[in-house]
Design a protein. Structure first.
Length: 164
């Protein structure tokens, strides 16, 4: 899933509104592949936010660390022309908190999101647990249903109880 990143081609004290209509590009966009040196990666396009704002954006979903240099173009000079930055896959963590369709009080939760994991934990904690002495099995069922979440076999000796 892509995230949106924003750029402004202006000096630290400059107003980006004066730098409208640029056609910025990435002159370097490099990714790190698991212990290897950084290699060139395909950069996304950079677009100006409408309304002559001088603010630009690009969308990218990093799966590996990325370092980049963006060039605002020959129209700019000095510290306004180049911007450097980095992207890290950890920046995608907020995307896994949930999705637009997630509803914690219903069954509509993405099982891969943090809300999905949390919902399964709540189902586990609030579910019915049954221990059958004759077989030594402990079964936990989903809250409000007969769906078996998990089952364990317990053994008891004179010194300890073990689950398997």
């Amino acid at each position: 899933m892509s995230k949106t990143y924003f750029l402004a081609f202006a000096s630290t004290t400059g107003n980006p509104n004066i730098n409208t209509g640029l056609s910025p590009t990435f002159i370097s966009f490099r990714s790190n592949v698991s212990g290897q040196s950084f290699i060139s990666a395909t950069p996304p396009g950079i677009t100006e936010i409408p309304g002559a704002t001088g603010m630009y954006y690009f969308q990218f979903g990093p799966t590996l660390p990325v370092v980049w240099i963006a060039d605002g173009g020959a129209f700019l000079s000095g510290s306004s022309r180049y911007i450097t930055g980095s992207l890290d896959p950890i920046q995608s963590v907020d995307e896994k908190m949930g999705t637009l369709s997630d509803s914690f009080g219903s069954t509509s939760v993405d099982p891969q999101s943090a809300l999905g994991y949390l919902k399964r934990l709540v189902e586990n904690f609030e579910g019915a647990a049954v221990f059958t002495k004759s077989t030594g099995t402990w079964a936990v069922y989903s809250r409000g249903s007969s769906a078996l979440l998990f089952q364990k076999t317990l053994t008891n000796t004179t010194t300890s109880a073990t689950k398997s």
